[in-house]
Ligand binder design. Structure first.
Ligand SMILES: [Zn+2]
Length: 181
């Protein structure tokens, strides 16, 4: 077991982590810019473009706790970035220095710093996902259709939300994330 070297597709930081079985399917978080995606996304970045700087930062593979298996995650379609949802309110918005969202994705200038909320609500043995309009400057589209001010809509896995020019998909955690030690 050796060290794996990858490059963050978002900030070009070179990263390394200790090899573990099945690491290709795990999620890694960039310690510098907090971009989170499958290792394979980082590896395609390594092949496509060169790294910036000679010094690498060591990073950790991250996985949702097993009990959160069906709580859901969102994926940014264009970059493959993955962010895990938590039970309760998840405000989603642009990655900015002054950003105050719970989940910050993309640097899309058409995305508000607080753009929309996904509420994860416990229902029986599973969870329900509610898309909540939070009066953001920029409107949200659900599966291509603009939602209305004040809307609360029930989401299902596979639904696509458009925030600014960025498409994100609600997914089950089981889709490609496997658990780490
Ligand atoms: Zn980064």
């Amino acid at each position: 077991m050796g060290k794996i070297f990858i490059v963050c597709p978002e900030c070009r930081q070179q990263l390394s982590f200790n090899e573990v079985p099945g690491y290709q399917n795990m999620v890694v978080e960039c310690p510098k810019c907090h971009f989170k995606a499958n290792v394979s996304v980082y590896q395609s970045g390594t092949q496509a473009r060169g790294a910036q700087g000679a010094d690498e930062m060591s990073t950790q593979l991250v996985m949702p706790p097993p009990t959160l298996a069906d709580i859901g995650q969102i994926r940014v379609k264009s970059t493959g970035e993955v962010q895990f949802l938590k039970q309760g309110e998840n405000v989603i918005g642009r990655r900015a220095k002054s950003g105050t969202a719970d989940i910050k994705i993309s640097t899309d200038m058409y995305m508000s710093r607080q753009h929309v909320r996904i509420d994860v609500v416990r229902k029986g043995s599973g969870y329900e996902h509610h898309l909540v309009e939070i009066n953001s400057k920029n409107i949200v589209k659900l599966n291509g259709n603009p939602i209305n001010r004040g809307d609360v809509l029930i989401l299902k896995f596979g639904d696509t939300m458009t925030l600014g020019t960025t498409d994100i998909v609600l997914e089950s955690n089981d889709d490609d994330a496997t658990r780490i030690v």
